[in-house]
Design a protein around this ligand. Structure first.
Ligand code: ADP
Ligand code: ZN
Length: 214
């Protein structure tokens, strides 16, 4: 049983690395961003409320996200543990989480700001399957078309340059304080994410295993 949190600015690759680590440990990966987007797509009441904040590059109110997360981690598939990707994102969310369950390890993915900005600007998403591409380093074989399913690529509202800027500001203001919050609580590691996915993932997995076994 292991419960982890992945922290990091938008664009550090939290989604990619947390998926790979979850697979390696046979546990589920929970992304509040994905849960919220599912709700938006399904047109639920929660989705309707959340969409305006997400499209503007801001955060969805704490009470909504906390309720969503609490419900999700009560499901059976979380019995062996889980990785949280994108939650908590504020100090009140972290405090609420500590009242719900204990966390074994917090992994902070870090990179210089210019690296993050380069990665975030230029992202495109598939309309059908949500696969993500990048103009510079993850180009689709045919411009504007998804390699996996042939779907049309578009820029999500939150991938547009002005919204990217706002998301980074939101991260600095609301989420970066979580680094000190968790550092002071103990089980915390930081991993630099410069390099290709394979290389970085090896670094991430080794750092986690060292910490969990040491
Ligand atoms: P990113 O691409 O930055 O990793 P996510 O997919 O994790 O973004 O989340 C997309 C959007 O959903 C965020 O910009 C935010 O508006 C909302 N969101 C996700 N998780 C949370 C959270 N824990 N608290 C508040 N808002 C959240
Ligand atoms: Zn696709």
């Amino acid at each position: 049983m292991v419960k982890m949190i992945f922290l990091g600015a938008p664009g550090v690759g939290k989604g990619t690395h947390s998926n790979l680590v979850a697979e390696a440990h046979g546990i589920v990966k929970i992304s509040t961003g994905d849960l919220l987007r599912e709700n938006v797509k399904a047109g639920t009441e929660l989705g309707l409320k959340a969409k305006e904040y997400m499209d503007a590059g801001g955060l969805v109110p704490d009470d909504l996200v906390i309720a969503l997360l609490k419900d999700r981690i009560s499901k059976d598939d979380c019995g062996k543990g889980f990785i949280l990707d994108g939650f908590p994102r504020t100090i009140p969310q972290a405090e609420a989480l500590s009242g719900i369950t204990e966390i074994d390890l917090v992994v902070n993915l870090s990179a210089p700001e210019e690296v993050i900005i380069g990665r975030l600007s230029g992202r495109w998403t598939c309309k059908k399957c949500d696969a993500i591409y990048h103009e510079l380093n993850i180009k689709p074989k045919v411009e504007g078309v998804c390699d996996k399913c042939g779907g049309e690529l578009y820029q999500r509202d939150d991938q547009k340059p002005e919204v990217v800027k706002k998301r980074l500001e939101t991260y600095q203001k609301d989420t970066a304080p979580l680094i000190d919050f968790y550092k002071s609580k103990g089980s915390f590691i930081e991993v630099n994410v410069e390099g290709n996915v394979e290389e970085v993932n090896k670094r991430v997995q080794e750092a986690i295993n060292d910490k969990l076994n040491g």
